[in-house]
Design a binder for this molecule. Structure first.
Ligand code: NAD
Length: 330
């Protein structure tokens, strides 16, 4: 049997690199080769791929998903695309949204076009979207059929790319599968996001900035469980379908902060309440019945254990995050 040649965009980032390390690691499918296409923005980190760099099944192409000619050339040699590349930080999209629209919308459309028009035939396209496309929900959980009501420029750019991806299925018959996951956590997470920011601040004895009263609720998904869900959809999902992927642990930011204070042996003295994020969604909650029933998805990582492991990883890998924090002035 020949290997499936998978093109992973954004594979030098947090989730994409974990996906690549897993695919090429001992628990991977074994019958794949992986090419990462990544622009190496501030969030892309070559060190995230150190574990696989010498693997003969791995290759890396530096470049922008908006570069039509490059994308067509790279896509030509692949059988599947798994698309993570994006501008991903909500706060940055509030400061300036242009890059979000360019990369997340135009970049996705460039890839879809290359997937559709590939010499030798179209290739399946797994689009990694987010639960933020649904907006905010006070009670209950969103099934995949709920309308999209994104609030931040980031979420709106992801909703746009999500819909453009599905349009390539409905219009052209391209095999497009969309996943909408909740908030990921784990190692190698860029230290501007809440969990790694709080852990690294606490490790340094600094205060952590909690938005407003910390009442915003998020569902937390460990990266191992996210990869499990993505692989189920890549290998067994149906073309044209959307699959929610959640972790099953809903916490307010205040509850999350409490757990991180405990892990670091700190108190609420270390917390600074800061002005709330503009347009801050109150609660996200995805209904994962579809992926559970159709593909047998089961999140396995206990949140308390996963958070402790994540805390320990940052404690033990200062050399990974310290330069990133200094460079980004976090
Ligand atoms: P990240 O910011 O850590 O990584 C993004 C990667 O994309 C980086 O390696 C960056 O260099 C690359 N990139 C950015 N612009 C590019 C371009 N124009 N061309 C090529 N590469 C480019 O993001 P992440 O947290 O790993 O998220 C991955 C995907 O998952 C994103 O699509 C994001 O919207 C989605 N997602 C993330 C979360 C989460 O909790 N982190 C939750 C839901 C959905």
């Amino acid at each position: 049997m020949t290997d499936t040649r998978i093109l992973v965009t954004g594979g030098a980032g947090f989730i994409g690199s974990h996906y690549v390390r897993t695919l090429l690691g001992p628990d991977g499918p074994g019958d794949v080769t992986v090419t990462v296409l990544d622009k190496l923005t501030y969030a892309g980190n070559p060190a995230n791929l150190d574990d696989v760099r010498s693997n003969p099944r791995f290759s890396f192409v530096p470049g922008d998903i908006c570069d039509r000619e490059l994308v067509a050339r790279v896509v030509a040699g692949h059988d599947q695309i798994v698309h993570f590349a994006a501008e991903s930080h909500v706060d940055r999209s509030i400061q300036g949204a242009a890059e979000f629209i360019t990369t997340n919308v135009l970049g996705t459309q460039t890839l879809l076009d290359a997937a559709l028009r590939r010499p030798g035939g179209p290739v399946p396209f797994l689009h990694v979207s987010t639960d933020e496309v649904y907006g905010s929900i006070d009670e209950g959980s969103w099934p995949e059929t709920d309308p999209l009501r994104p609030n931040s420029p980031y979420a709106a750019s992801k909703a746009s790319s999500d819909l453009v991806a599905l349009s390539y299925h409905r219009t052209h018959g391209l095999d497009v599968r969309v996943t909408r996951c909740s908030n990921n956590y784990g190692h190698h997470h860029f230290p501007e996001k809440v969990i790694p920011l709080f852990i690294t601040n606490l490790l340094d004895g600094h205060k952590v900035p909690l938005y407003g009263e910390g009442l915003n609720v998020r569902d937390w998904l460990h990266i191992d469980d996210h990869v499990q869900g993505l692989e189920l959809v890549r290998t067994g999902g149906r073309p044209g379908e959307v699959y929610n992927i959640g972790g099953g642990t809903e916490l307010s930011n205040k509850e999350l902060t409490e757990l991180l204070l405990e892990l670091s042996g700190s108190t609420w003295q270390s917390v600074e309440h800061v002005a709330d994020r503009l347009g801050h969604d109150l609660r996200y909650s995805v209904d994962c019945t579809k992926i559970r029933e159709e593909l047998g998805y089961r999140p396995r990582k206990d949140f308390t254990q996963g958070l402790r492991e994540t805390f320990d990883w940052y404690r033990d890998n200062r050399a990974w995050w310290e330069p990133l924090k200094n460079r980004a002035a976090l």
